[in-house]
Design a protein around this ligand. Structure first.
Ligand code: FRU
Length: 477
């Protein structure tokens, strides 16, 4: 079926030249398009989906609405890479069936045999009589070349006791070869939770095992859990999810919604958490997912969406919205998750130089650079990218708290609604790493103990960097 109903329009309904015209608007953005982050060719990107290593290559999908910077009909845009540097485009998952009539929503992948992998995803559908949403959970099979072989529905409605908000299946195998998947859900009393389903094999019908309880998490005010991900790291279980409604705090959980993680042990249906924290404390980070199919049991790779639901950005007028983070290697360190870009990203850095800076310097292509310095656990203030309009980006450390200040940058009203600064408590700040890419920065503190991912918008910026104390800076590209 070629769906074409307002914003619920599939790629198959594109008029000739329509995407090329949108692309020319995207290309007219001279200021903000990233150079080395995955951004949508046109339209809106959100959650990373279906991440899987197929034994030779990595498959990466993301939620994509091709026609505008709005949440319309969601497709799964698809790339294949061997090295996280060169990406080849592969077959997009396009809504064509009634069981996905209003979008192929988020989900995860599962290895199945030498030549194929499965993706589990939510088919968003709406009844024509009253527009009521009915969430299907679907299965699609791809071959390693990235071609879609087949798709079918697995579950055709929300289970009893839950609202229409049941979505984002993330599958995995049990030690005895059964398939399980977690789904984000909203209970009938409008609180958020996660459901666990089981299938004996890919042909079998899924059965609901129940909710996974997370008693150590304060779920008050939380109305929905999105994008759950459950996996093992070493001898621990890790649960990552995106709760909605958690009250904002002054030094963490500062955005409208949050991505969080718990480390502990899953015993039956109870996750006994030893540690729970926000995954990233920047302005724009949500709905992360880790790869299936990796063999190293001590670490994994994760992508996140550099954006948030319900936010708009200055690039919307250029008809593109958001990007993915760099691939991040995730490990356990002192009972917490440590995260920094994958090895290939570091190996691909070139033109390393060391510069001693005293106050103001101009660094060529600063807006596409990797910066690193040792803060020596002493306060500092940095300002980057001054322009003639007096705009600039601020980064600082006062000995206890690292902050990002975006108050002197271009913002939409909704961006500034949640404040123009972000904070991150961190003692003994030594290692500071910053990956800049024109309108995004990913900051990693103390070798990945903390991460802060943010978008920022400074048109006509100069590549200037100001510091209030001398620093030995490493710069690379
Ligand atoms: C999270 C989310 C998911 C949903 C998808 C739709 O950002 O809302 O819960 O499946 O986006 O695009």
């Amino acid at each position: 079926i070629i769906f074409n109903n307002g914003k619920y329009k599939s790629l198959l309904a594109a008029e000739s030249n329509e995407l090329a015209q949108i692309k020319s608007i995207v290309d007219s953005d001279q200021d903000f398009r990233p150079v080395y982050h995955l951004a949508p060719p046109t339209g809106l990107l959100n959650d990373p989906n279906g991440l899987i290593f197929d034994g030779e290559k990595y498959h990466i999908f993301y939620q994509w609405f091709p026609f505008d910077a709005i949440h319309g009909m969601k497709h799964w845009k698809h790339y294949i890479t061997e090295d996280f540097i060169h990406y080849q485009s592969a077959e997009t998952l396009i809504p064509t069936e009634l069981f996905e009539s209003h979008g192929c929503y988020s989900g995860g992948a599962l290895p199945i045999d030498e030549q194929h992998f499965a993706v589990f995803y939510t088919g968003n559908t709406r009844r024509s009589s009253d527009n009521q949403r009915i969430p299907f959970q679907n299965l699609a099979i791809f071959n390693k070349k990235g071609e879609l072989q087949h798709k079918r529905p697995l579950i055709e409605q929300a289970p009893e006791g839950y609202t229409e908000h049941v979505r984002d299946p993330k599958p995995f195998y049990t030690p005895d070869g059964k398939i399980r998947f977690v789904c984000g859900a909203q209970r009938q009393d409008l609180t958020g939770t996660v459901l666990l389903f089981e299938m004996d094999n890919l042909e079998a019908k899924p059965r609901l095992l129940g909710e996974i309880a997370l008693p150590q998490f304060d779920n008050s005010h939380v109305f929905m859990w999105e994008c759950p991900d459950l996996f093992k790291l070493g001898d621990k279980d890790v649960f990552i999810w995106s709760p909605q409604g958690k009250p904002r705090e002054s030094l963490q959980f500062q955005n409208n919604y949050h991505a969080t993680y718990a480390i502990g042990k899953l015993e039956g249906l109870i996750f006994k958490a030893e540690y729970i924290a926000e995954l990233d404390q920047g302005f724009d980070f949500y709905a992360p997912q880790t790869f299936a199919g990796l063999s190293n049991k001590e670490e994994t790779i994760m992508y996140g969406w550099v954006g948030l639901p319900d936010l708009d950005y200055p690039t919307d007028e250029y008809k593109w919205h958001s990007m993915l983070t760099l691939p991040r290697q995730i490990r356990l360190k002192n009972g917490k998750l440590s995260q920094h870009p994958a090895k290939n990203i570091y190996e691909n850095l070139t033109a390393l130089q060391r510069i001693n800076i005293e106050n103001q310097v101009e660094i060529a292509n600063l807006d596409q650079a990797y910066l690193k310095f040792n803060a020596d656990n002493r306060p500092f203030k940095l300002e980057l990218f001054h322009n003639e309009a007096g705009q600039k980006l601020g980064l600082s450390y006062d000995g206890k708290v690292f902050s990002i200040d975006r108050s002197h940058t271009k913002q939409t009203e909704r961006m500034s609604q949640f404040g123009c600064q972000r904070f991150c408590e961190i003692g003994h700040l030594q290692d500071v790493e910053i990956f800049l890419d024109r309108s995004i920065m990913e900051i990693f503190l103390n070798h990945g103990e903390k991460a802060l991912t943010s978008r920022f918008f400074i048109p006509n910026r100069k590549n200037t960097l100001y510091t209030d104390r001398s620093l030995q800076l490493e710069v690379a590209y």
